[in-house]
Design a protein around this ligand. Structure first.
Ligand SMILES: NC(=O)c1ccc[n+]([C@@H]2O[C@H](COP(=O)([O-])OP(=O)(O)OC[C@H]3O[C@@H](n4cnc5c(N)ncnc54)[C@H](O)[C@@H]3O)[C@@H](O)[C@H]2O)c1
Ligand SMILES: [Zn+2]
Ligand SMILES: [Zn+2]
Length: 375
């Protein structure tokens, strides 16, 4: 099969590799029809994680079931399915509580597994023609009859729509979101779906901010570094009820220099006293290549005194996609949500290298790329 293979920093290649196949009775094999590139792939692509060369990327996957393990009951041949990026067992203590992003058995010794992901188990990704799906009865979301027609919407259920929704879980009436990438835009979209009165999205990229405006959010252009002041002015000097971090450890100042603590401290500044902060942007336990000394050890200089004085609270981590994907699937089926609005490029798998290069450069107009292995 053809697959997107990581060779080293800023180097991916589409090449022939051995076919994915069923390894355990609880697996199914999926023929991938759509698979997205994510901001999380970029941390790996840039060589800023422990991702091993030779592995296949791709954790935002949708396709058709073409083979079924002997212990699979629910999922049927020919089902069109979307998989959460998290791989989870369904029977461990965390899975039982719905915390499927932190499964204790799928990646022994760690909490949480995923397809084609640094540090999240040996599983291959789905930027390929075929994908092995473990614990298929638990991990496959079987899609409604309009799956083919709305494929570009349903594929967002694999990660960024539930992740954006997760970021706004404690949403109040006003929300400030740092980052207008795919995740930040989905957080804004989710806050709007939930009925938030004022949704402010901070970024420096005008094309991404324009998409935020298109869905009814307020674009806060931070390209002159005035984002925090603008948010405070729009919230009567008090700050937003709720804040979302949708950038992660590679966040930059308005001049493009990495400043790892910038978004976190901006959130403390622009969320009101007793407000909540949801952090879905990825932060990692060590980042040996960081320029910042603290960041190399996975630390940031966090304004904890101000955070404490303001009585704020915070939640972090990989999103438990399964907690939301069924509900969000129904919104798409009923025509109440159309997350495909963020897609800028729909390309054949063969053009993955070019897609990575442009999306990584945050090149104007490249907001979200989806790959179609069948084309
Ligand atoms: N927790 C989860 O489950 C989960 C799931 C998917 C993605 N993620 C993470 O979410 C983050 C965003 O992903 P994405 O796909 O949207 O990626 P992205 O990198 O395309 O988007 C990040 C955006 O943040 C902007 N940005 C950078 N510095 C900023 C600053 N100081 N203030 C405001 N905006 C700033 C960038 O211009 C960019 O538009 C990544 O860290 C990704 O790994 C987490
Ligand atoms: Zn993702
Ligand atoms: Zn589990």
């Amino acid at each position: 099969m053809k697959a997107v293979v990581y060779k080293g920093p800023r180097d991916v290649v589409v090449k022939n590799v051995p076919d994915a196949k069923i390894a355990r009775a609880t697996d199914v094999l999926v023929k991938i029809t759509t698979t997205n590139i994510c901001g999380s792939d970029l941390h790996m692509y840039e060589g800023r994680t422990s991702m091993e060369a030779g592995r296949i990327f791709g954790h935002e996957n949708l396709g058709t079931v073409i083979e079924i393990g002997s212990a699979v009951d629910r999922v049927k041949l020919g089902d069109r399915v979307c998989m959460p990026f998290n791989i989870s067992c369904g029977f461990c203590e965390n899975c039982e509580r719905g915390l499927t992003g932190f499964c204790l058995t799928a990646n022994p010794g760690n909490a949480g597994a995923a397809y084609g992901f640094a540090g999240m188990g040996p599983y291959s990704g789905g930027q390929a023609e075929l994908l092995r799906v473990p614990y298929a009865d638990f991990n496959c979301l079987v899609l409604p009859p309009d799956a083919e027609e709305k494929e570009n919407d349903y594929v967002m259920l694999s990660d960024i729509f539930p992740t954006g929704y997760h970021a706004t879980e404690l949403a109040g009436d006003s929300v400030v979101i740092y980052g207008a990438g795919p995740v930040g835009l989905m957080a804004a979209y989710s806050a709007i779906i939930k009925g938030a009165g004022k949704v402010m999205v901070v970024d420096m990229h005008k094309d991404r901010l324009a998409l935020a405006e298109k869905i009814g959010a307020i674009a806060v252009d931070d390209s002159d570094g005035s984002g925090v002041e603008q948010v405070m002015a729009m919230t009567a000097g008090i700050g937003a009820d709720r804040g979302c971090e949708c950038v992660g450890y590679q966040c930059c100042d308005h001049k493009g220099h990495e400043v790892p603590n910038l978004t976190m401290n901006n959130l403390v500044k622009t969320v009101r006293p007793t407000g909540g902060i949801g952090v879905v942007g990825v932060f990692i336990p060590e980042d040996p290549q960081a320029k910042d000394k603290l960041a190399r050890q996975g630390q940031i200089a966090f304004d904890f005194g101000q955070f404490w004085s303001k009585g704020q609270h915070m939640a972090t981590g990989q999103a438990n996609v399964k907690a939301y994907n069924r509900k969000l699937c129904k919104l798409i089926a009923e025509g109440k949500a159309k997350p495909s609005f963020i897609i800028s490029h729909e390309l054949p798998l063969d053009r993955a290298a070019e897609a990575y290069e442009n999306f990584d450069a945050r090149k104007e107009g490249w907001t979200k790329v989806i790959l179609k292995p069948g084309h």
